[in-house]
Design a protein around this ligand. Structure first.
Ligand code: ATP
Length: 661
């Protein structure tokens, strides 16, 4: 192929602009990205060579070499991995295939500082080279192709790039960065070693650099040892040395790894700049043996809601990377977990498809799911807000000395839950086997706590004598939930109600009818039955009121027959005249509204209007000349009170105005 000039895909050009303009504050990550690409390329070769050992050619020892040339002002990262064909170079270095990229671009705000953080999390990969280089040359040959089928790719990182065919005997890829003047500090052995140590120590591949030795300068007066010398300098010796530990961190015993190393490793594999909330590192023994190192991040990534994104957990077999297939290693609702699983039992030379079917992989998935849940349970156990509050009041419990480790975990579960709670709830529908454990991990706000900290077990422990259900309400916001008319009688009787405001709550609760033997009951569904919580006198009074109200009720039903399934007298209201509820088996109005907003069809079910026979407005109905208008206002207001809109808002306004004048 003669030299060709091609344009970058629009997104790449945009990304390149961002990279060169926003990332200067954290320049050095470019080396981590390029070394990680080199290491991926070696992993890919090792994997392909399992079925075709000829791909190793005469270089079976995979490695990455980092070299610099002070005079030419270049820095090169060379690997003998899988390499790229011409077509691959054009596709991989000229377009972005990753599906999440468009979403990612949409998230960028134009604020350089914020965007730089986001880009760091996303990992700009190869293009990060342009942070320090104003031109990049890539020379490559794919394993298995002839020497004459090498490729050279060159770009100045603006609109286009050049590709041409070259002769290249060495397999793999060499990325040559022509450094900007502002990046000359990377033309230094010590500097490069320290950046490699910081980010790439745990890469399981050796990273080599040419050794340097101190050479004294020449004598100024040859023959006169004491006459002084020219300044000395470091000179390359031609010998290469490994500059990283090249030991896969997860293969070391726990006691040999420091917290800092665990944190650094997390940052390397996750692109996250923050430390993780917690991690677990274990050797699992039994019918399937494997090592797991699993991390829970502190912050949700920007694409948490993309259920198809690449998983954060990688599967290795004896330190050879095999796959990072999301669903095979962990259920989707745990997609925020990052880490490594390394098995010594799995066969290396089988297809990914077969691996996904394998019993061992299933056992690993189950084991890892359980491990993540126990990490979360441990954090939840140590959340201890109450204890913290007690100490703040000066009432500390001397018998309960908390050790430093436990103390460090305080508040972490709340932090986790604020970031990932909604995702965890997906598990109620997805992971039947662990539903009970998941239910214990749920947290909600309630009528006694604004913070999202009430677990179902806490709620149960506080239930009133005679209370037979766990009561909850769903709404768009905490304020709407808290002020909902349906809560009135519960407030009056001092019964706690859970306030649920996550979009997934309603859906998730479809899968959780009971908690520890106690049913969960929406206060907006079905007729209210407080059972033993209501005394005989109250029941009798309610019956009498309903009886006396019967004639008005019949008229109301008739007036509202197109809007309401039924109209009945209720005891759930104290201050409000009316509220809407759905039949026991019906879809809540909140869920129906959400589905309609999302453009989905919902069954046409009419709600039940419940009226408070004791309320002045309801009493006014009897004999009123405005009966019809009042009836409709009552209904529409009940709809408004729960965040809905009257079917015909203009008519509603007209009716209210007619009564006001
Ligand atoms: N040293 C290399 N050897 C072989 N192929 C490479 C090399 N560097 C990059 N590539 C190819 O270019 C593609 C794009 O690289 P880039 O770093 O932009 O993204 P990525 O590695 O796929 O994603 P990320 O860095 O976010 O994990 C890679 O997927 C790979 O196919």
């Amino acid at each position: 192929m003669n030299k060709q000039t091609l344009s970058f895909q629009a997104e790449v050009a945009q990304l390149l602009h961002l990279v060169t303009h926003s990332l200067y504050s954290n320049q050095e990550i470019f080396l981590r990205e390029l070394i990680s690409n080199a290491s991926d390329a070696c992993d890919k070769l090792r994997f392909e060579a399992l079925n075709d050992s000829a791909l190793f050619e005469d270089a079976p020892h995979l490695e990455v070499r980092v070299a610099f040339d002070k005079d030419a002002k270049t820095l090169s990262i060379t690997d003998n991995g899988i390499g790229m064909s011409q077509q691959e170079a054009i596709e991989h270095l000229g377009t972005i295939a990753k599906s999440g990229t468009r979403d990612f671009m949409g998230k960028l705000s134009g604020d350089q500082k914020q965007d730089a953080q986001l880009i760091g999390q996303f990992g700009v990969g190869f293009y990060s080279g342009f942070i320090v280089a104003d031109r990049i040359t890539v020379e490559s040959r794919r394993a298995g192709l002839k020497a004459a089928e090498g490729v050279r790719w060159v770009s100045g990182g603006t609109g286009d790039f050049e590709v041409e065919t070259i002769e290249r005997t060495a397999r793999g890829t060499c990325v040559i960065l022509h450094l900007r003047d502002s990046a000359e500090e990377y033309l230094n052995n010590w500097k490069l070693k320290s950046v490699i140590a910081k980010y790439s120590d745990h890469i399981s591949l050796p990273i080599l650099m040419e050794k340097e030795e101190w050479r004294d300068g020449e004598l100024i007066n040859p023959g006169d040892e004491n006459g002084g010398r020219q300044p000395g300098s470091m000179l390359k010796t031609g010998e290469w040395e490994t500059v990283n530990k090249a030991s896969a961190l997860w293969t070391r015993p726990r006691k040999d790894v420091t917290e800092e190393q665990y944190t650094d490793f997390y940052k390397t594999i996750s692109h996250d700049s923050q430390a993780p909330l917690t991690w677990a590192h274990n050797r699992v023994e039994g019918s399937t043996e494997y090592t797991q190192l699993l991390y829970i991040p502190a912050k949700a990534p920007f694409d948490l809601w993309n259920r198809d994104k690449k998983a954060g957990v990688k599967l290795y077999v004896k330190r050879v990377f095999i796959m990072d297939d999301a669903d095979s290693l962990l259920p989707t609702y745990l997609r925020f977990v990052k880490g490594v699983i390394d098995s010594s039992d799995l066969p290396l030379n089988v297809s990914r498809e077969l691996l996904q079917e394998s019993r061992d992989v299933r056992a690993i998935r189950e084991g890892s799911t359980k491990r993540v849940l126990s990490m979360l349970e441990d954090l939840a156990k140590h959340d201890r807000h109450d204890a913290a509050a007690a100490t703040a009041d000066g009432v500390s419990d001397a018998a309960e000395v908390v050790d430093a480790d436990d103390q460090a975990k305080e508040g972490k579960y709340s932090q986790f839950y604020a970031e990932f709670g909604a995702v965890l709830k997906e598990g109620l529908g997805e992971d039947l086997a662990n539903r009970d454990r998941l239910a214990k991990l749920l947290r909600f706000a309630s009528t006694t706590s604004d913070a999202v900290r009430v677990g179902l077990a806490d709620y149960k422990a506080r239930m009133k004598e005679g209370q037979e259900a766990i009561y909850y309400i769903t709404a768009d916001t905490l304020a709407a939930a808290r002020n909902s008319p349906q809560l009135e009688v519960f407030k009056k009787k001092g019964i706690e109600v859970l306030l649920m405001t996550d979009r997934v709550d309603e859906w998730a609760l479809n899968y959780l009818h009971m908690f520890d033997g106690t049913p969960l009951q929406s206060v907006a569904k079905g007729a209210v039955d407080l059972g033993k919580l209501q005394d005989e006198a109250e029941k009798k009074a309610a019956q009498e009121a309903a009886e006396a109200f019967k004639p008005v009720l019949a008229k109301l039903k008739e007036a509202l027959k197109d809007k309401a399934e039924d109209v009945r007298v209720t005891t759930r209201l104290v201050d409000s005249p009316a509220c809407l509820v759905v039949q026991d088996d019906g879809m809540s109005t909140q869920l129906a509204r959400l589905l309609r907003q999302a453009g989905q069809q919902t069954p046409e079910t009419k709600p039940v209007l419940e009226v408070n026979a004791e309320h002045a407005l309801v009493k006014k109905l009897d004999g009123s000349v405005h009966f019809h208008d009042l009836a409709h206002i009552l209904f529409d207001q009940a709809l408004l009170a729960e965040g809905g809109l009257p079917q015909d808002p203009a008519t509603y306004v007209k009716r209210v105005n007619a009564l006001l004048v």
